[in-house]
Design a binder for this molecule. Structure first.
Ligand code: ADE
Ligand code: ZN
Length: 344
């Protein structure tokens, strides 16, 4: 079996993907035209070209990302994005997805939280029923905002608390340490949210930020988390405490190969709960799960067993119901067995 077929057929889960990063160029342009948003590009080729900014550092990506999120204005826009993405998950054999969304980037522009989220949730529920994909929500603080604004976001989400599984922390990391949101995280934990937070790659104070996520915020997962590898004590801790690391082997058109390719294998071999995720699949050349994960196997030269182990880690560290997880793991094991026996 080819790598592409093997990865395409594998039951997968994704734990780190931003709804706002799933707007395919056609939808981006259509929403921009409908809502009168000036993006500075006209065609789908222009969109792909704009993603090839010369410096891959996080602020450059986020500047592009935040320019694009402005096309989402009406509740129906958020619903359309949700439906399209869950259908794409189905096409990628992603059985379970945990979708992050960042309301602050919308509410600052005058979008009302309630109608926005109600439309997203209706679209999620309908698309899950239609496709059989399981999906849940992670609401994210954009960390360049104040602690008070984060609390206001939690206030706005309160009526929908039962429909939102987790709290995350995203966006511009430098100068915005996890400890800034200690109160919001304490409150979220008390009201039953599961907790994760971004510790992005190549940030100033990365190791300290990971430490704060564990000690101050009390997270169960870290989004990215590459820099646990810089500190042996932290590495031992994430292994012992089964802290999940949702790595993203994304790349831009001009990157020679998947980024963090060797690091994810080092983490896997160290028995870390590391998974492979697309982050913003319509804003990177790495695209959606099957395409990205197949490239990781091909370029990294990794075994089928390694790829099954990444997928297993995603299911194991998901926040889905245990019974569902056990069912997906059984499907994954059966798939791995049948793929290996068809090879022998
Ligand atoms: N928001 C959307 N994508 C993000 C990423 N990769 N890192 C931080 N914040 C984000
Ligand atoms: Zn992310």
């Amino acid at each position: 079996m080819s790598i592409d077929s093997f990865i395409a057929g594998m039951p997968k889960a994704e734990l780190h993907v931003h709804l706002e990063g799933t707007l395919e160029p056609a939808m981006l342009l259509q929403l921009a035209a409908k809502n009168g948003v000036e993006l500075g590009f006209e065609t789908e080729d222009d969109v792909w070209a704009a993603q090839d900014y010369p410096d891959p550092a996080l602020p450059h990506f986020l500047d592009y990302h935040l320019k694009c999120v402005r096309v989402l204005q009406e509740p129906a826009d958020f619903a359309a994005a949700t439906k399209a993405f869950i259908e794409t998950c189905a096409a990628n054999n992603v059985r379970h997805v945990e979708i992050m969304f960042g309301p602050m980037a919308h509410t600052v522009r005058g979008v009302e939280f309630g109608p926005m989220f109600a439309a997203m949730e209706r679209a999620r529920s309908d698309a899950c029923a239609d496709t059989g994909v399981s999906a849940l929500w992670i609401i994210c603080i954009d960390r360049e905002h104040t602690a008070e604004e984060a609390e206001a976001m939690l206030d706005a989400a309160e009526p929908y608390r039962h429909q939102i599984t987790g709290l995350g922390l995203a966006s511009y990391e430098e100068g915005n340490p996890p400890s800034k949101f200690e109160d919001a995280y304490r409150r979220a934990k008390d009201s039953g949210y599961r907790l994760t937070a971004h510790c992005d790659c190549d940030q100033r104070d990365s190791v300290e930020h990971i430490r704060q996520c564990l000690d101050v915020l009390g997270v169960e997962r870290i989004d990215h988390g590459l820099h646990v590898l810089d500190d042996s004590g932290l590495s031992e801790r994430v292994i012992a405490d089964r802290i999940a690391l949702t790595m993203c082997t994304t790349w831009r058109p001009s990157d020679p190969e998947p980024r963090r390719l060797r690091a994810v294998k080092t983490m896997l071999d160290a028995d870390m709960l590391v998974s492979l995720n697309t982050d913003d699949p319509s804003e990177f050349a790495s695209r959606h799960m099957t395409h990205m994960v197949a490239a990781v196997q091909r370029v990294g030269g990794y075994s089928d067993a390694d790829m099954v182990a990444f997928a297993r880690n995603a299911f194991v560290s998901s926040w889905a119901d245990r019974g569902d997880v056990d069912g997906w793991l059984a499907d994954l094991d059966a798939y791995a067995d049948s793929a290996s026996s068809s090879q022998s």
